[in-house]
Write a protein that binds this ligand. Structure first.
Ligand code: DGL
Length: 294
């Protein structure tokens, strides 16, 4: 009693659907190391109103930004093995740049469902800049990737690109969502290297290349040394998901879409976080314990 259909499905490991639905209801899995993917979930939910959505946070593995590449590939494959079995999604959004810039080829080779990744929006940043100075605000893992460096040389050859691997900003975003106090000075110190002045020109575009960072957009705007355009790729990702799933996902249906959150640890789930999750449509929270073995 009181459980949503999706939760029953997850617990029982079944995939039954009520026969009354006229259309098939696709299930979308939105995956991140923690709470950052919520910024993508919101946009996907707007575009895919007819889909069931499961949000999965590998909080036992957080932060991914510090993991060695080999360990991260192994970790994401292991967690995905479980999540693809239940809830058996039609499509997975890897709402994490740190994982997407590394693990997508291995995921696509292993599983026969579409994966939509989240990678630094370097092409849009290069198109938007007027000063020619752009900054990529990401995790240390994302800025170190060959994939990210390849995006810079392919799409931003004519720009001066500063790659900023922020060591603590994702954790600050998590703290803020959990209702903890986050000092402006701490945020200012993390984003400071993005702001570059050279030859009378200044950085005018910063790409938010970690899905956690849009959670701090308001304080980042406030503490920025000067105004810049902040690029959040989430709307583009949601449009891509909508294109891939087509009419079944886009259609409105009675009651709207259902969403449930799955955590691999759950240790950091506070009262304020539960309220924040419920406010984002995630009233049901399940724990699927998967300790990170290092
Ligand atoms: N949200 C993740 C990203 O987009 C990373 C945070 C982390 O686990 O380090 O890069």
């Amino acid at each position: 009693p009181g459980r949503s259909r999706m939760q029953v499905d997850l617990l029982a490991g079944t995939t039954h659907r009520p026969a009354v639905l006229a259309r098939p209801v696709p299930t979308i899995l939105v995956f991140d190391s923690g709470l950052g993917g919520l910024t993508v979930l919101a946009r996907v939910g707007e575009v895919c109103r007819g889909a069931d959505i499961v949000y999965a946070a590998d909080d036992a593995g957080f932060p991914y930004g510090r993991l060695e590449e080999g360990a991260l590939v192994a970790r994401v494959l292991a967690v995905m093995e479980r999540l693809v079995a239940h809830p058996h999604p039609e499509l997975v959004v890897i709402a994490c740049n740190t994982a997407s810039t590394l693990v997508l080829p291995a995921l696509r080779a292993r599983f026969a469902i579409p994966f939509v990744g989240t990678v630094p929006a370097i092409k849009p940043a290069a198109a938007a800049t007027r000063s020619g100075l752009i900054s990529v605000l990401a995790t240390p893992g994302t800025v170190a990737r060959d994939y990210t460096r390849g995006l810079v040389s392919t799409y931003a050859g004519g720009c001066n690109v500063t790659l900023v691997g922020a060591t603590g900003l994702a954790a600050l975003a998590e703290a803020a969502l959990k209702g903890e106090r986050v000092e402006d000075d701490a945020i200012a110190a993390e984003i400071a290297p993005c702001f570059v002045e050279r030859g009378g020109r200044r950085t005018d575009v910063v790409t938010l290349s970690c899905t956690h960072y849009p959670l701090l957009l308001e304080p980042m705007r406030r503490v920025a040394p000067w105004p810049v355009e902040w690029i959040d790729p989430a709307p583009a990702i949601a449009r891509r998901v909508g294109q891939l799933l087509g009419a079944d996902a886009a259609a409105d249906r009675a009651g709207g879409h259902e969403a449930v959150a799955v955590f691999t640890s759950g240790a950091g789930i506070t009262g304020p976080l539960r309220i924040a999750l419920a406010g984002r449509g995630l009233a049901e929270v399940l724990i699927e314990p998967m300790p990170l073995v290092s």
